[in-house]
Each structure stands twice: as C-alpha cells, then as structure tokens.
Design a protein around this ligand. Sequence first.
Ligand SMILES: [Cu+2]
Length: 449
Amino acid sequence: MAGTAGLAALPVRAMAPKTLTARVATAQIAPPKYAATEVWTYDGALPGPVLRVPQGGRLARRLVNDLSVPTSIHWHGIRIDNAMDGVAGLTQEAVPPGGTFDYDFAVPDAGTFWYHAHTNSFEQVARGLSGALIVEEPDAPEVDRDVVLVLDDWLLNPEDAQFMEPFGHPMSLSHGGRLGNLLGTNGTYDYAREVKANERLRLRLINASNARIFVLQLAGLEGWTIALDGMPLPAPEPVEAELILAPAQRIDLIVDVTADVGETAALVRFDDDQWRPQARFPVAGTASATRRDGPAALPPNPNIEVPGIDSARRLDMAMEGGAMGRMSGAMMNGRAIGFREMAGQGQFWALAGQVGMTDTPFASLDRGETVRVRMTNETAFAHAMHLHGMHFRQVAEDGTLGPMRDTILSYPDEPLEIAFVADNPGKWLFHCHMLGHAASGMTTWINVT
Ligand SMILES: [Cu+2]
C-alpha cells in the first residue's frame, strides 16, 4: 500500500530530545555607541527562541544548564502538570551547573504564554532568561503577520553597558522593584519592523520586565484586544483607552496598519511624561486598498467557567510591607518578627501575615472546589499577583466575573477579589511578579489535593 511505502520513506528520527540551553552570551541591547551587554540566554538568543506548539500537543525540551549557577524554567500561564512547573524548591530541585532537566508537558490552552527562569528569578530573568511560548489555535484568525513583542527593561551601567549590581538592592526590593534605565522590545532598545498599509497584524505583547508596568497606546494602528494572559476574550474589544501591561501579563491584539506609506506606525509607551516608541513599524508598500472587516473572537479555551462563586470558600490575603508601608511586623520562619529586623535580613513584604515561603500552604484546597481570594493592598505600591497552574477571574463588586487571567495588577488601597476552580492538583506558587518583591517576602503557595 502507498501508506506503508510512505512510512518506510520517513527519515529515522533521532531519539535525542530537543534542548534549550541556558548560557551566557552577548547582545547589543543599547545603542551602537555602547558595548554589547553580557546576558544570560536560552540558546544564545535574547529573548529566548519563540517556542510554538499546537494546542493539545506537548512541549518537550531538555533544559541544559551551561550557567555557573543552578536554574529551572517556569512555563508561565500554562495550566501544567505540577511536576513540570519549574519552581525550584517547590516542584523540583534547581538544575545544577552542567545538569539537565527534561520538561515534557501537555498544553491545553491556545494563546500567548512565556517561559522564564524560576530560580533566583529576580536576577536570572533580569539577566535575560525568558522567551515567548506560543500555543497555536487549530484555526487561527487570518492575519498577514503574527508578531511576538517581548517588552522589557534593563538596568545598565551607562559606563560599560553591563548590568548594574546587585540585582537585589534593598532600595529596589523595598520600593517598586528593579526598574531599568533602558527600555526595549525583543532584546533591543529600538525595535523596528517594516509593515504595509492596511496590513493586518497579530501583536502578542509580553511583559518580561522585572517590575515595570507598561502604559501603551497604538499610533498609526487601529485594533482590538482579543486575549489577555493567553485566554481569549468572548468578543474582540476595540483598543480605545491605554493598555496597561503589568509584569508577566500578556495582551493579544489584532491591529490594522492605518498609517500611510512613508509614515511610521508604532506601539508607544508613556514614560518620563511623554509617549515614546516601544516598537516601530515603518510603512512601506500597500497590502490592500481597503481595510478588512473586524476580526471574530478567538475560539474559547476549555474549562474557563468559574461556577458556584456564591457558595465558594472565601480566603483573605492582606498584602503588606515595603517602604512607606504601615506594617509593624509579620511571621517569618515560624516566629513573629518586627519590620526593622525583617529589613535587616533583606525582607520587606508579607502576604497574609507571612514573610516568604512557609511549611504549610496559604490554603489547602480540595480538587475541583471554587475559591475566592480577597486581596487588600495595604502597601504603597502596585503588585502584579500571579497564580501558577490555574487561571482566575476577578470578581467585581456586583458579583460579575472578569476575563480569565493568570496575573492581576493590584493598586494600593483598592481591594480586589479573584475566584478560580482549584482543578489542577499540586503545589502552586502564588506571588508578586515584581520579582524583587517575590524574593523579599511576597511569595506564598497553595496546595490542591
Ligand atoms: Cu509586588
């Protein structure tokens, strides 16, 4: 039979797994008059290679650690098998220098995700250990280009363009986190990509920075938000107001190039009191004479309902500490400790009265139950709270549920509540994604059995 002949003709596939190697490299992040920066990368690329997997498939990569320190990879936003979540000290041992770890997991949801180091992440992510993970819809919306934009900032010494150290400076830990003095996209301060008039692009925005909240707008582009944190919105939402992208969050946009030939469209950010280009799109040539109709919604991902919130278990989580905070002290390693003593040990924050990881989880949940967590931000700073392993929805004052997210931005003195179904068994981190905050107290975990 023809089928048999076809099989026989297939090349023998090598049994060696695909690798992802963490190693030192250099990258020209800063303008050409500066030196290249020594960075930590996956496969020598900054950001790491874009990994693409079809929805419902599996991603398998052998992490090879060619760094001089232990590391591990977290697959951010994937509703993943707990053993593959990459959290050193909770779901696996960190991979020592010269060691390997085989990640191999199913990807149930289509969307824009990312991967990053989860061992000393406040340093390792800042040095460059992150990349995009795209899970493709079986029938993706029709666009002319699919563009991944990894937004980042870097704190460099202007003298030599190398990273400023220490990464965990008490001033940044206790304030807004490590904020860079150079901002950019896809590993460069001046990302540009040529487009055509009336071209339709899918922009996948990923905030890979340690602590920066990007405030973004479109210029010479008109479009719709179609997904947040990988999860499709029920209907595309026209981009009218500013887009807020907190650390670790993603926004998928479909945009049409409305700028004319010879102009430059852009994704612009607000900082230093003005709008500046975050990604430039010079327009050369015309894709079509007219714009297309608006896009349809993305197909929904499975298991996105959060039923039974009225009878759900309710938990409270106070977020406390930091500079200019009101916290006098908290529990740390099983004993009460004053804020001053905490600070002496480089710890500045607490979640639900606890500083950092505890032996017993913040919550022990029964698999399948619905949970509500009310968070009160009693600090002077914003925090991007991230739950591993499961997405959640914000519960509005009137009880309506917001979009599925894995990272939510909390502002001072604005309580918010989230709800989720604890349908993924395992030990899951719940932490601030301002990575310096996570390293100095704002990390806890839940256990689902
Ligand atoms: Cu924080």
